[in-house]
Design a protein around this ligand. Structure first.
Ligand SMILES: Nc1ncnc2c1ncn2[C@@H]1O[C@H](COP(=O)(O)OP(=O)(O)OP(=O)(O)O)[C@@H](O)[C@H]1O
Ligand SMILES: [Mg+2]
Length: 213
């Protein structure tokens, strides 16, 4: 069993989009824990069109132990658990980094995002030091990439400087926003599309990294 957390302290970088779509590839032996009080992944699942469960599980107040126990209970009997985190440093992010095998950090190409990425990579390093196991592994993923822009063309090189693995990028595509509106993951909404192919490529890297347990 492998636990994958989608983490970045910056909002709107594609955490929920990647959580739901990567889970679509990993289905059926996967559940998504929606740890964000904004409940984006939960709303995505509302129409009942996703091939895996999304469990609304915000972590607020002092229920850290109960939250971890509930997450691990959901992981029981499945190959993968995907945790979608809120865009802030808080108990949920700390708890997820304490239990996950792999932290996936989507980064969209802008200066502000890169600053938040520094902090996310620091947090992952702190979690590794505390756990003393080398975990969580990290994967930085160029997200919402428009390669026509200078920042979009350069993002992979910039991310490599963090010294962590860099995943295959996910381009900015209208189909991703439309798939959310349809309550579907991209493999059902636009099977065989370029967006679907990018998500499959990312999921296979995530599987490989998360499998190094
Ligand atoms: N690759 C993409 N192409 C086009 N639109 C995208 C892509 N990824 C995400 N989006 C859109 O960007 C917005 C933010 O995405 P998403 O909710 O996944 O980010 P997030 O990091 O989870 O945000 P938050 O920090 O608020 O939880 C949404 O409207 C989503 O549809
Ligand atoms: Mg989100």
């Amino acid at each position: 069993m492998a636990i994958i957390a989608l983490a970045n302290l910056k909002g709107g970088v594609g955490k929920s989009t990647l959580a739901v779509n990567v889970a679509g590839v990993l289905a059926p032996s996967v559940a998504v824990i929606d740890a964000d009080p904004q409940a984006t992944a939960t709303a995505w699942a509302e129409a009942g069109n996703l091939p895996f469960p999304v469990i609304e599980s915000p972590l607020t107040g002092d229920n850290v132990k109960a939250w971890i126990a509930a997450a691990l209970a959901e992981a029981e009997g499945r190959k993968f658990l995907v945790i979608d985190l809120p865009p802030m440093l808080g108990d949920a992010t700390a708890a997820a980094l304490a239990i996950c095998d792999l932290a996936v950090v989507p980064v969209s190409p802008s200066g502000a995002d890169l600053r938040a990425t520094n902090r996310a990579v620091d947090l992952i390093g702190q979690a590794r030091a505390q756990r003393g196991t080398g975990k969580p592994y990290a994967l930085l993923v160029p997200s919402k990439v428009d390669r026509r822009t200078a920042a979009g063309a350069e993002i992979e090189a910039i991310l490599h400087d963090y010294g962590e693995p860099v995943g295959p990028g996910i381009s900015q595509r209208i189909a991703h926003a439309d798939a959310f509106s349809a309550g579907q993951w991209i493999g059902d909404y636009a099977k065989g599309s370029a967006g679907h192919a990018e998500i499959k490529a990312l999921a296979s890297v995530i599987k490989r990294l998360a499998g190094k347990i």
